[in-house]
Design a protein around this ligand. Structure first.
Ligand SMILES: Nc1ncnc2c1ncn2[C@@H]1O[C@H](COP(=O)(O)OP(=O)(O)OP(=O)(O)O)[C@@H](O)[C@H]1O
Ligand SMILES: [Mg+2]
Length: 448
């Protein structure tokens, strides 16, 4: 896994149970739906924001999600991302990241903003498309390593509702098949000119036969028509993808689809060229712009310079919607000695819609902890759950949820009992208790 993917994974794994905002068709929150529990008003407000974003009526605006620690601010933002769907870019960063990046702050921000603007491009291409009916690989000896064999070529049979076609292709094609783990039953597209392969999903009948991990795959019908066809190819890239492509000439769209990540400076000139190209595509009706969402979590880490930069960006013609989240009340704006609500400069506060999240009731906490445990496949006894709710109310919900994993280990992965919870509570401190401990330790220290 790439390092950037790892970071992303750690950030979202605590929220893997969230599949959306859990709203009904009238945008009313169902108390327990899509992995979401309670926090009804905040979810309904978020639903309205989603609707406005989808209708393109929200440009130049920003949202702030404010509330105490562990009240589901990050969870709510993830819910918004899920509701927006795959095509709308959603970029998730933590406030502190602007300082830790290896590029300048403004460069990092520009790249991040441009990652949050999508360009949906329509293009007519000759493609081979179908279900992989059979697949065979010819191997040859590795030129240097006598113990290894490498693919030499591949033969593949693609099937549509109308016909079957056998294709024999070269080494680079065989490598792509292996790299993407393409197997029988998958539905793939091969670009006839470049030979690039894209797996678009798994065919319905293959799913019935094998037991797949369905969460990550798209299940599709076998395509109609001929295997070789001219087809409108629609794909969404971000402005940053295009910048990266433009700055590394010779790279094509396909290699971006295959994933590639490298962060380095991009010149203004490149960005200008990209903007002009995109403008032309849009004017020709070959592309649409999709303003996405930039979510900045823990925004109390942002400083006045960054806020000024973002404020200016929001005034531009094309800007993503920015969602901030913070658990700070009135505090100083970083880089100044001015106090203000949420530590945000006043001119920015003016253009914010604020959604507040409230502390959870015991009942809500209970359902959230249970949802988390179920998602992780853990069994938990009634009294253990009660104890966790108590801990959650005293310390924080996040801490109570964090205790689930070690308690499950202690329980030998059979069932978490109250004793296991008590034990991990003593073994792993929450923030409040560790601060108290440090304070006590300080009193006992010797100073000269
Ligand atoms: N309404 C909810 N429904 C389901 N799960 C929730 C809900 N609220 C919070 N959670 C889960 O509880 C945990 C803590 O919530 P979360 O991290 O979103 O809080 P937060 O407000 O962002 O806290 P912080 O201020 O510390 O960043 C997460 O695992 C989150 O997914
Ligand atoms: Mg959070």
């Amino acid at each position: 896994m790439e390092i950037t993917e790892m970071k992303e994974w750690e950030r979202i794994s605590a929220h893997s149970h969230i599949r959306g905002l859990g709203l009904d068709e009238n945008y009313r929150a169902i108390r327990k739906a899509d992995g979401m529990v309670g926090q009804v008003e905040a979810r309904e407000a978020a639903g309205i924001v989603v609707r406005m974003i989808k209708e393109g009526k929200f440009a130049g605006n920003a949202v702030l999600i404010a509330g105490p620690p562990g009240s589901g601010k990050t969870a709510l933002a993830i819910g918004i991302a899920k509701e927006l769907g795959e095509d709308v870019p959603f970029v998730h960063i933590a406030g502190s990241e602007i300082y830790s990046s290896e590029v300048k702050k403004t460069e990092f921000l520009t790249q991040t903003l441009r990652k949050a603007i999508g360009v949906r491009i329509h293009e007519m291409r000759n493609i081979y498309e179908g279900k992989v009916e059979s697949l065979s690989m010819d191997y040859m000896q590795h030129p240097y390593n006598p113990y290894q064999k490498i693919p030499a070529s591949a033969t593949i049979t693609l099937k549509t509702k109308k016909e079957k076609k056998k294709l024999r292709m070269d080494q680079s094609f065989a490598m792509q098949l292996l790299q993407q783990g393409i197997e029988e039953g998958d539905i793939i597209q091969i670009d006839a000119d470049s030979g690039r392969v894209v797996k678009i999903g798994i065919s319905k009948d293959a799913v019935k036969e094998k037991s797949y991990d369905l969460s990550s795959a798209r299940i599709l019908d076998i395509p109609d028509g001929n295997v070789l066809k001219e087809k409108e190819f629609v794909y969404t890239l971000t402005l940053n993808d295009l910048d990266v492509m433009q700055s590394r000439s010779g790279m094509d769209i396909a290699s971006l689809i295959f994933g590639f990540s490298e962060r380095k400076e991009i010149s203004d000139e490149v960005r200008k060229r990209v903007d002009e190209q995109v403008k032309r595509l849009v004017e020709d009706g070959r592309a649409e712009l999709i303003p996405g969402v930039l979510f900045i979590d823990e925004c109390s880490m942002l400083d006045i310079e960054t806020y000024a930069f973002l404020n200016k960006a929001m005034e531009q013609e094309l800007s993503p919607i920015i969602i901030f989240a913070t658990n700070r009340g009135i505090t100083t704006v970083r880089g100044t000695d001015i106090k203000s609500p949420f530590g945000m400069p006043l001119d920015l506060l003016d253009r914010l819609l604020v959604i507040t999240t409230k502390k959870y009731s015991g009942e809500d906490m209970r359902d959230i902890i249970l949802t988390r445990a179920r998602k992780e496949g853990m069994k938990i006894a009634e009294d253990a759950l009660n104890r966790l709710v108590e801990i959650g109310q005293k310390a924080s919900l996040r801490y109570a949820i964090q205790l689930l994993a070690p308690a499950w280990e202690l329980a030998g992965k059979s069932e978490i009992k109250k004793g296991h919870v008590d034990r991990v509570y003593n073994l792993f401190s929450d923030v409040k208790r560790s601060v108290e401990y440090l304070r006590k330790m300080e009193e006992e220290m010797i100073y000269d």
